[in-house]
Design a protein around this ligand. Sequence first.
Ligand SMILES: NC(=O)c1ccc[n+]([C@@H]2O[C@H](COP(=O)([O-])OP(=O)(O)OC[C@H]3O[C@@H](n4cnc5c(N)ncnc54)[C@H](OP(=O)(O)O)[C@@H]3O)[C@@H](O)[C@H]2O)c1
Length: 303
Amino acid sequence: MNRRQFLQTSAEFAASAMLLSLGSVPSFAAPDAQENSVPWVTLNNGVRMPRLGFGTMTLKGDVSSVADAISLGYRLIDTAMIYNSEEAVGEGIKQSGIKREELFITSKLWKTDMGYEQARQGFQTSIDKLGTDYLDLYLIHRPSGGDWKGSWKAMEELYHAGKIKAIGMSNADFDQMDYLIANSEVKPAVHQIETHAFFQEGKAHDYLKQHGIIMEAWAPLAEGRHGLFTNDTLAAIGKKYNKSNAQVSLRWHYQRGIIAIPRSKRRAHRMENLNIFDFELEDSDMAAISKLDLNTSQFPEWS
Ligand SMILES: NC(=O)c1ccc[n+]([C@@H]2O[C@H](COP(=O)([O-])OP(=O)(O)OC[C@H]3O[C@@H](n4cnc5c(N)ncnc54)[C@H](OP(=O)(O)O)[C@@H]3O)[C@@H](O)[C@H]2O)c1
């Protein structure tokens, strides 16, 4: 086993041990070297999901960024109806030449499509735009009003019909998660929420681990807000490993067992963000980053 494989395996083992000790279901499987360099995790329903992905918010019609991300090794692509990027993602997948079944595509149901019938329609519109006949993960984007429980029912049916491999939430509060955990036929597999060094969401992370739900970070780099790319603590840690602030941040998510989906229009950044599997943050690094938490959203305009 070379150093790189050792680092991957030990990080996965640590994460598995952490989850198993909490009695939760996801297991961090060993990486499949033939797939790509990003390790995958097994969700609470047995479906496998890459532990690092590519975000497409604001990319809209940027087909080449998506195709290039896939050619670089990203297999998880995060889109949403509201991003207007689903068609570009579909086209990027075609151009990449990578088989659909080797990819993990997430889309999200927007808040204007809440309710049973609307959710079925919203899902169909999304897969039509993506040019696929199924989604790997479908999330309720913002359950901030409307009949989101009706949407969940529709998603459960689509899940049972094999049209969605896993279902989950985004930006849900604890009461909504409690409701689903207690009452739903299909439990959420993933919860996607704002998470980065300045808003670490420790309480949500503990809760999700306890319930066997994988936490996924949106804005894993805080979109650079609050000076993330020039932060001194991250830079000092990065200097030890010859890594950038972005790479230290993404490695920190990875070692917490959180899936990050950084977005970039630049090839160099897309490559940089994938290159986080050949080093390991020490406990003291993780502790130093935990002190950066401001415990407040950096995106107040969205709450
Ligand atoms: N569920 C939700 O409500 C929700 C909300 C927001 C986002 N999301 C999802 O999460 C994804 C990621 O979040 P995000 O797009 O808001 O923000 P992000 O990934 O935290 O940050 C993206 C920004 O960071 C820059 N960047 C990326 N890599 C870099 C690097 N290595 N060095 C320096 N700058 C770098 C990008 O600029 P360049 O393009 O110049 O590289 C871009 O401006 C979204 O694309 C979307 O898929 C979901």
